[in-house]
Design a protein around this ligand. Structure first.
Ligand code: PLP
Length: 396
């Protein structure tokens, strides 16, 4: 479909997206696809969603003018403070939306996959809130790397099931979750944590996260007298915090879109997660998108110092933003991102998640005008990354 960067009625963003699923999963996906828009448009759904976002998550999150950062880079920089959300990142916006949807579909059991554990924690949180059984699949290696988040999930009453196949990380946990769903199609809903997976997930998650961009429009109008910044900027793992910020601006060409991916140890190092730049068309977890793969089509293991960015694919919305040049893509390596964790801490008193730090590093890569208004999505807080920061900068 020409003229829009949003999803079309078949679940595609340009040539990307769709639902490439095994026969056995068809009924689960079809139930969701045929019902999600109607359920999300019900007045009672919108009321419950909005109330929980307000009183439980703490929305609207502030749009903060970063004065010292703006002075240093001689441009106008605003931070959308998703780091102030309950549980410390934007992921909770999506899990609240999906748990309300699951309840209306009559589901009594929730499953989810998690890599670093952030989505697992956000899912365990909403299951506790609703008193619903919660099973989180997590790679065996990630379980040992991410002990504090495993403890949080258990504290919240979730069962954490190790994925012991393959590389024992996120992609394997996702495969286990899909297998579970196929075996439990009636009572179970699968909460995917980013704008990835088969249609309707990318669109559904983007809609739940669009509260970020919609709030920015209202806040910027009061602060700057216009709803439109010159740039919206976000880090991209699967792409959900970025999709949430970009959503109301997708088809507004006056607002430029910048996506920042993780280059890991460098784009050409073989240890990277710069999926759009390195990726080729392929199918991962039910979606046609750009993904890192070997010549014979095997998925390559991604790497980034930030566990939230090392997914081998990217959501189909972002693949299309890349292919169509609607979005400008940059990749930032581990050391640049780590330095920006320190910069933002010392310039603004905000310790960002390492994922988030990647986005700020573009200030050293690109010139902006004094009159430009930049909105960065401050996707999450750095508490979970303190040990990594401390080791890296030898602050102990
Ligand atoms: C999970 C996570 C990300 C990456 O996921 P997206 O779906 O690309 O947003 C980015 N920042 C933080 C703080 C995260 O927890």
């Amino acid at each position: 479909m020409k003229g829009t960067y949003n999803v079309d009625n078949k679940g595609y963003y340009g040539e990307f997206g769709g639902a490439y699923i095994p026969e056995m999963m068809y009924s689960n996906i079809e139930e969701l696809r045929s019902k999600y828009i109607n359920i999300c448009s019900e007045e009672s759904f919108k009321k419950e969603f909005d109330e929980l976002l307000k009183d439980y998550v703490g929305r609207p999150t502030p749009l903060y003018f970063a004065k010292r950062l703006s002075e240093k880079y001689n441009t106008k920089i605003y931070l959308k403070r998703e780091d102030l959300c309950h549980t410390g990142a934007h992921k909770i916006n999506n899990t609240i939306g999906q748990i309300l949807l699951a309840k209306r579909l009559g589901k009594t059991r929730i499953i989810a996959e998690t890599g670093a554990g952030q989505h697992g924690v956000a899912t365990a949180t909403v299951c506790a809130l609703m008193g619903i059984e919660c099973i989180i699949y997590m790679g065996e290696i990630d379980i040992s790397r991410q002990a504090p988040n495993v403890a949080r999930m258990k504290m919240l009453g979730a069962e954490v099931r190790p994925a012991t196949s393959g590389s024992k990380t996120l992609k394997d946990a996702t495969n286990e979750a899909i297998r579970d769903w196929i075996n439990n199609p009636i009572d179970t809903h699968y909460i995917i944590g980013s704008v990835v997976g088969p249609h309707p997930y990318p669109d559904m998650v983007a809609r739940f996260q669009s509260v970020i961009g919609n709030e920015v429009m209202n806040q910027l109008e009061i602060l700057e007298g216009t709803k439109d910044p010159n740039y919206v900027i976000a880090c991209v793992g699967g792409g959900s915090n970025a999709a949430g910020l970009f959503y109301p601006y997708l088809d507004n060409q006056k607002v430029k879109i910048i996506c920042v991916e993780a280059a890991g140890k460098g784009i050409r190092s073989g240890k990277s997660a710069a999926t759009s730049i390195l990726g080729k068309e392929g199918i991962i977890h039910g979606s046609k998108t750009l993904l890192m793969q070997s010549k014979d089509g095997q998925i390559t293991e991604p790497y980034s110092i930030s566990a939230g960015l090392d997914y081998p694919g990217v959501g189909p919305m972002h693949a299309n933003l890349y292919r169509s040049n609607r979005g400008e893509f940059h990749s930032i390596d581990d050391s640049e991102a780590m330095q920006w964790g320190l910069n933002l801490s010392r310039l603004e008193g905000i310790i960002p998640a390492i994922e988030t730090s990647h986005a700020f590093a573009i200030l050293d890569k690109k010139e902006f005008k004094k009159s430009d208004v930049l909105v960065f999505n401050c996707s999450g807080r750095g508490d979970k990354d303190l040990d990594t920061y401390i080791d890296y900068f030898k602050l102990k």
